[in-house]
Ligand binder design. Structure first.
Ligand code: ADP
Ligand code: VHF
Length: 380
């Protein structure tokens, strides 16, 4: 890291996500010396004008350490209890390392539900705005202690992407235990090569990230790619790099070549709070498989998805649920809020508007798009 390499951030917003596997030692306890180096770097980019937010994992690891539990339990109440113990220790550790630079930190614990409706979303955004105005470095984690399956993100890559979109960040950096995205998991493929830049996420990129991550972390590379997919829609660059590399945050903020940089080449689509919720906020209840014509209409023309271009309906869902939208080869390229329940959709697919109108049972579906473009997020 060169002196002054952080460049002038000029009030630009930076979200730094630190994964469990990076923040913990091989014994799964918090690496406090490492945490200090993170604070040193964040103080450096802050001094250069950036407004940083840290999304941190490892409350559970921290709690297990404090409770003297060696093996990570599998049941939710034990994990939630560990998170409850660990989160305060984690917050205190961050407060301590940042205090050495005279920086005040705050704790922000979020669940999916906190961003589910526009009001909650705006409240969260106002709080971040005020904290950043006050010069505070917010330390964000999922509220693991109260999050149950339906309202939890589970991994912090998704949470960090949500925070980055919420605050309209200028850059997000994921500090992981690996140099970046490789063309195969290097833990299993010794000849795997680092991919320095990704400009589009197609089936090829999804395929290389398919294998599971470490036992400490919960996301692996696939959740980072999914986060990148949403950030690309929002026009926010993402760097995934090795958090143990000296000066990683400073170099990533300065735009130097470090790890894998994901950038959207096309003009970013507008990502509204509603679209962000569709992209990240809720698990998909099913999927629609579309033909090539429908894919082109969605990706190139910004059209709504009409029944006529849908080839198959997967899973059971109600009107208003979130569904994945895949092409004929199974590649997920969009998500949306569906206007019909799965049984209605199964009857309507492949039919034109005129055919729906002519059918007494299906006529009520003729005037609605299966997924309206205002409720559709296209990743390509
Ligand atoms: N193509 C790939 N390139 C790099 N890492 C990969 C790839 N596929 C799977 N992985 C796995 O993802 C891991 C990083 O994810 P994870 O362990 O969840 O870390 P974190 O705690 O930083 O989120 C790597 O250590 C590696 O095992
Ligand atoms: N919220 C959890 C961390 C979840 C987690 O491990 O996420 P990740 O680092 O993205 O694999 C915790 O603080 O323990």
């Amino acid at each position: 890291m060169a002196a002054g390499a952080a460049g002038c951030g000029c009030g630009r917003r930076l979200v730094v996500k630190i994964g469990s596997s990076t923040l913990t030692t091989s014994e799964s306890s918090i690496d406090y010396a490492y945490l200090q180096t993170v604070a040193d770097q964040i103080a450096c980019v802050k001094a250069a004008g950036w407004k940083p937010i840290v999304v941190t994992s490892a409350a559970i690891a921290c709690g297990l350490e404090a409770l003297g539990i060696d093996r990570r339990p599998k049941d939710m109440p034990s994990l939630q209890a560990a998170a409850s113990v660990g989160q305060s220790a984690l917050s205190a550790a961050y407060a301590r390392v940042f205090a050495t630079h005279g920086i005040v930190t705050s704790t922000v614990l979020l669940t999916r539900r906190d961003t589910a409706d526009r009001r909650a979303y705006l409240h969260a955004r106002d709080t971040f705005d005020r904290l950043l105005d006050l010069g505070v470095v917010p330390i964000v984690n999922e509220n693991d202690t109260i999050s149950v399956e339906q309202i939890r993100f589970g991994d912090n890559d998704t949470l960090a992407a949500l925070v980055a979109c919420l605050v309209e960040a200028d850059l997000m950096v994921i500090l992981s235990d690996i140099e970046g995205l490789y063309d195969a998991n290097p833990h299993f493929h010794s000849d795997a090569k680092l991919i320095a830049r990704v400009n589009a996420i197609g089936p090829d990129i999804m395929a290389v990230a398919g294998e599971a991550g470490t036992t400490v972390g919960s996301g692996g590379m696939i959740t980072k790619i999914k986060a990148a997919r949403v950030l690309m829609v929002a026009g926010i660059p993402l760097v995934v790099c090795n958090g143990r590399r000296a000066g990683a945050i400073v170099d990533a903020a300065a735009g130097e070549d470090v790890g894998t940089r994901f950038t959207a080449v096309r003009k970013p689509h507008e990502i509204t709070p509603k679209k962000l919720w569709i992209a990240l906020g809720d698990a998909a209840r099913g999927a629609l498989v579309v033909d090539d014509g429908a894919k082109t209409a969605l990706t190139c023309k910004g059209s709504s998805l009409l029944s006529v271009g849908v080839r198959a309906v997967e899973g059971r869902f109600d009107a208003g649920d979130i569904v994945d939208i895949k092409d004929g080869s199974g590649h997920l390229f969009a998500r949306g809020k569906v206007s019909f329940a799965s049984d209605e959709a199964a009857l309507a697919i492949g039919r034109t508007r005129a055919e729906l109108q002519a059918n007494r049972l299906l006529a009520s579906l003729a005037d609605k798009a299966l997924v309206h473009r205002d409720e559709l997020v296209v990743f390509e």
